[in-house]
Design a protein. Structure first.
Length: 256
């Protein structure tokens, strides 16, 4: 099956953007609109079990990479650059290792190809505890989530996924049951085989601990033409917490 996407802009430079875990393409619309005015054609993808894309009981990085490859082939996209945030960054790195000749430049946002232990499991548990059949408003969901999720930015991300289904009941756009059961796949390290010799930019949020200098030093083996930039006043959701700085750094890299 083919991933759903939003294609913004008619420019000659293709740029594919992959959202993070529990995110969706809409999270990147503001960034895409700015880039589209500068010669880029942006492909905002919803990865499987997220946003408007298909739902599946199978979920791992091998499948996410093949979904991306199928999308690129279907749309006959050549010489594209890819931005991947968090889970999307792991997908992008694995794709670049399997298909290094299909990418021009790579931007990896606040993630490395290593194993992580995060607080997302507790977030998923909190989401699973909500009886959506009895929910009447987004405010109710926010009040419930406030008890266990203190970060406003994370709650805002989750609430964006709320919508009314065909039965006029609230539901999440992401496939909560599958993502809850397969979450270990998201935290796993990814296998890299071939090195990607193209230009790579790793973007770290100043307040985030997802990228460390020690681990970054090992990255050169697979991404020899890479560099690291740090975005001030931002955490893991770099692109939304300091959008202006993120835009400038990534634009300079893509245009260089």
């Amino acid at each position: 099956m083919l991933l759903k996407s939003k294609i913004i802009g008619q420019g000659p430079i293709p740029l594919i953007i992959l959202h993070g875990f529990l995110g969706m393409s809409d999270n990147w619309k503001s960034y895409a609109k700015k880039m589209s005015s500068l010669g880029f054609q942006i492909h905002l993808l919803d990865q499987r079990n997220h946003g408007n894309s298909f739902r599946s009981n199978d979920f791992n990085y091998n499948l996410l990479v093949q979904d991306l490859h199928n999308y690129i082939n279907h749309h006959d996209i050549n010489n594209s650059s890819i931005i991947g945030h968090s889970m999307g960054g792991k997908t992008a790195m694995m794709f670049s290792s399997l298909y290094p000749m299909e990418i021009k430049k790579l931007i990896i946002v606040d993630i490395l190809p290593i194993s992580y232990k995060s607080n997302f499991q507790s977030i998923l548990n909190s989401l699973k505890s909500i009886d959506l059949n009895s929910i009447k408003s987004r405010k109710e969901v926010n009040i419930i989530l406030e008890k266990t999720i203190t970060e406003v930015s994370i709650r805002r991300l989750l609430l964006k996924n709320l919508y009314r289904n065909n039965e006029n009941k609230f539901d999440f756009k992401f496939n909560l049951d599958v993502l809850h059961s397969k979450f270990s796949e998201v935290e796993n390290a990814i296998n890299l085989t071939l090195k990607f010799s193209g230009k790579s930019l790793f973007v770290k949020g100043e307040k985030s601990n997802y990228i460390t200098e020690g681990e970054m030093g090992k990255i050169k083996k697979f991404f020899p033409n890479s560099k690291l930039v740090t975005i001030p006043n931002s955490g893991h959701w770099v692109h939304s917490e300091n959008p202006n700085s993120f835009f400038k750094k990534t634009l300079n890299f893509l245009k260089s």
